[in-house]
Write a protein that binds this ligand. Structure first.
Ligand SMILES: C[S@@+](CC[C@H](N)C(=O)[O-])C[C@H]1O[C@@H](n2cnc3c(N)ncnc32)[C@H](O)[C@@H]1O
Length: 406
């Protein structure tokens, strides 16, 4: 290992850090979940991580170092990842603007590596926005297979579309605004393409032509109409809305009606996704840099944005619903990664336990690269936990499942 690599055993020197003035409700939440508030004093000591787009020549590292005015320290346990000091901003840099680097925490990178995407895979990201993991998935996929991103928040998914286009990663991708607990559109794989009816031979059928941003105008008109008619934002009963598809996503030339029809559980077992990521909505309490930002945003908003859903109990229901539906869309033999950036047992091990008790075809899998990662085991065997103290990363829980024949 060269001297500029960051390895699992590297630790920042102990620095006395001022505790964040966390609000009482959040402290109470931490107490109830057995979490140490001192964790939030580490936000300024854990590095920021960037990923170099594969194919970016290594001479770029020196160029980026000159531009950012800091060292890029290679992360020994994660290919293409570098650590930079936490105070460095990348958004103004040429390397970022030209799409050569993107910011993504190393623990998030590990969750993607855990999914073990292979060329030709059909991959589903069920909670895709704002899209750092989606970009990495597209990178891993390369020039075969397909990537489907879903998110319930349209404006957030639009940010994914911008990212995919900026990093030239969108050709094999499609993006749906939809509720991930009920989304049921399968990938377009060779089985589907060869089935009668999918391809329109005569003129005039409703087929997917090449995607163009002009659709955005049409979309706007459609949603204006819907809004004036008093329609709500997407809910579990709304139709999925396709807001982007790339030229090699498999859709061009196919009949819309067939491609967009809901699938059955049986069809998913044979023609479903090879890999599914459920990076579920959560209280974000493990994302200590995110929590730190509430010092500027106002601690009152933390109460509303972080704790409200948790208090009502809706969140656990949503997480289980996302995991269940993501698993349903997996083909037999396929695998799913469930992750959250919460450190609580309730949103992680408990959800996993409940899911396993309800779904006999699901089995936890050991994550291959785990032995070389600076993480610890969750309280259920084969699940993993990254946290600032152990991993010098944000907090992340990761569990991997395989779908057995039922
Ligand atoms: C933790 S974030 C995902 C982060 C993302 N994977 C990334 O790496 O950038 C959770 C996302 O879940 C979305 N979400 C919440 N409820 C959802 C639902 N019912 N269906 C789909 N997405 C949902 C939120 O809008 C949010 O963008």
């Amino acid at each position: 290992m060269d001297s500029s690599e960051i390895s699992p055993s590297d630790r920042k020197e102990e620095q006395p850090a001022a505790p964040l003035p966390l609000p009482a409700a959040f402290l109470e939440f931490l107490g109830e979940n057995g979490l140490d508030p001192m964790l939030y004093s580490m936000a300024d000591t854990i590095p920021r991580y960037i990923r170099l787009k594969p194919g970016t020549e290594s001479r770029m590292v020196t160029e980026i170092e000159t531009e950012l005015k800091c060292d890029l320290t290679k992360v020994s346990w994660l290919p293409d990842f570098y650590a930079i000091p936490p105070e460095i901003q990348i958004a103004g840099s040429k390397a970022y603007q030209q799409g050569k680097i993107y910011g993504i925490d190393a623990a998030s990178g590990a969750a993607i590596v855990a999914l073990d995407v292979q060329p030709g895979d059909h991959v589903l990201d069920l909670c895709a926005a704002p899209g750092a993991k989606l970009c990495m998935l597209a990178d891993m996929l390369g020039s075969t297979g397909s990537l489907t991103g879903v998110d319930v928040a349209k404006h957030r998914l639009a940010a994914c579309r911008t990212m995919l286009q900026k990093y030239s990663l969108g050709d094999r991708s499609r993006l749906f605004v939809a509720d991930g607990t009920s989304f049921s559109i399968l990938p377009v794989n060779s089985n589907l393409r060869s089935m009668e009816g999918y391809i329109v031979t005569e003129e005039g059928g409703s087929i997917f032509s090449e995607w163009t941003s002009k659709r955005l105008w049409k979309d706007r008109q459609k949603s204006k109409k819907a809004n004036s008619a008093g329609s709500p934002h997407p809910t579990s009963t709304s139709e999925p809305e396709l807001i982007y598809y790339g030229k090699d996503s498999g859709l061009v030339g196919l009949q819309k009606h067939y491609v967009l029809r809901p699938s059955t559980d049986e069809a998913a077992c044979t023609s479903g996704y090879d890999k599914v990521l459920v990076d579920a909505e959560c209280t974000h309490d493990g994302s200590i840099k995110h929590i730190q930002k509430f010092e500027f945003w106002g601690w009152k908003t933390l109460d509303r944005r972080v704790l409200e859903a948790e208090r009502t109990g809706n969140l656990l229901h949503l997480q289980l619903g996302l995991l269940r539906n993501g698993f349903k869309l997996l083909k037999t033999g396929g695998s799913l990664v469930y992750s959250t950036c919460s450190l609580t047992v309730a949103q992680n091990e408990n959800v996993v336990q409940q899911f396993l008790s309800q779904c006999p075809s699901a089995e936890l899998l050991k994550i291959d690269s785990e032995d070389s990662w600076p993480c610890r085991s969750g309280s259920i065997e084969k699940t993993l936990r990254f946290d600032p103290a152990t991993s010098q990363t944000s907090g992340l829980f990761v569990a991997k499942f395989v779908k057995l024949p039922s």
